[in-house]
Design a protein around this ligand. Structure first.
Ligand SMILES: [Fe+2]
Length: 258
C-alpha cells in the first residue's frame, strides 16, 4: 500500500475547480495561504500562471490503480533508478497494476505534449549530505534553480509524498545567524562579495530552514504539482520543497519529475 506523509494535507472540501487562475477564484492548498493554487483539471493546471501571487499549482487527484506494483515492477536496483518507460508500456501487470501504469504513462505523454521532458524515478533513498553546519541534500528544504526560464513538475505516485514550506515560514539557511557565522569561519574570510560568491557557488543559498512554529505540508500522493523555479527574471518567488525522510516509511517511492 502506498504510504502517505504524516504531514497535514488540506481537506478535499476546500478544493474547487479554477480555470481562470485569478486570485478571486483560486482555492488555496494550505488554508489561509494563497500562494499555492489548488485546481481540479488538467486545463487549469497548465493555464494557471506562476506569478508574484502564485508560486505553485497543484492538480488534486485521486488516481485509481496499484502504483505499488509499478514501483516494484522489473528488477529494481540501486537507491535511485530511472524507470524504463518503453518497457513499462508493454509490461505484464495485474489489471490494477496496468491501470496505474497507464495513468503514469498518460501523465508523461501529456507533459511531453506541452514541451516538458519528464522521467519516472523509483527511489529507495537519495544521497545524504552529512555536513554538520548546512547539509545541502534534497532532504533539506530548498528551491530549484536554473539559468533559463523553467518550472519543476512533480508527482508522487507511491510512497511518501514530497513536502513543502510556506515562504512566510522559511528563512534562508545562510541568513540564520549561527549558521552564517560557522560558514564564514569555514570560509576563512570576511563577509564580503567573495563570501557571497562562495555561498552561491556551493548552492548553500538555495536552502532554507523552518522558522519557529512553521508547519510544513505534504504534497499528497497522486497530485500533480508545478513549482516556480529560481532563474533570472522569474516573475514568481521559487517554491520551497524537500524529499520526505524515508525513515520508518514502508514502500518504494515512485515519482514523476521534470
Ligand atoms: Fe528540488
Amino acid at each position: 500500500m502506498p504510504s502517505e506523509s504524516s504531514l497535514p494535507k488540506p481537506q478535499d472540501g476546500l478544493i474547487l475547480d479554477d480555470r481562470s487562475g485569478s486570485a478571486k477564484a483560486a482555492t488555496p492548498w494550505v488554508p489561509g495561504y494563497r500562494m499555492i493554487h489548488a485546481v481540479r483539471s488538467w486545463e487549469a493546471f497548465v493555464e494557471t500562471p506562476l506569478t508574484g501571487s502564485c508560486n505553485a499549482v497543484v492538480w488534486v487527484r485521486e488516481l485509481a490503480g496499484d502504483f505499488g506494483e509499478v514501483a516494484a515492477w522489473g528488477a529494481p536496483s540501486g537507491d535511485v533508478e530511472a524507470l524504463d518507460v518503453p518497457a513499462l508500456r508493454s509490461a505484464k501487470l495485474t489489471p490494477s497494476g496496468r491501470q496505474a501504469a497507464d495513468a503514469v504513462l498518460h501523465d508523461l505523454d501529456r507533459l511531453k505534449g506541452i514541451g516538458h521532458e519528464p522521467g519516472i524515478e523509483r527511489v529507495e533513498r537519495y544521497p545524504r549530505d552529512d555536513d554538520e553546519i548546512a547539509p545541502t541534500d534534497v532532504y533539506s528544504f530548498h528551491v530549484d534553480s536554473s539559468t533559463v526560464p523553467t518550472e519543476t513538475i512533480l508527482c508522487t505516485y507511491a510512497g511518501r509524498a514530497s513536502e513543502g514550506l510556506r515562504l512566510d515560514q522559511a528563512q534562508r539557511m545562510v541568513d540564520v545567524d549561527g549558521t552564517r557565522a560557522k560558514l564564514l569561519e569555514r570560509f576563512g574570510g570576511d563577509d564580503d562579495e567573495r563570501f557571497a560568491e562562495y555561498l552561491r557557488e556551493s548552492h548553500l543559498e538555495l536552502h532554507y530552514k523552518e522558522l519557529p512554529g512553521a508547519e510544513p505540508f505534504s504534497f499528497g500522493v497522486g497530485n500533480l504539482w508545478r513549482l516556480a523555479v529560481q532563474y533570472p527574471g522569474s516573475p514568481a518567488p521559487a517554491f520551497i520543497h524537500r524529499a520526505p525522510a524515508e525513515s520508518g516509511a514502508p514502500g518504494t517511492r515512485l515519482l514523476l519529475i521534470s
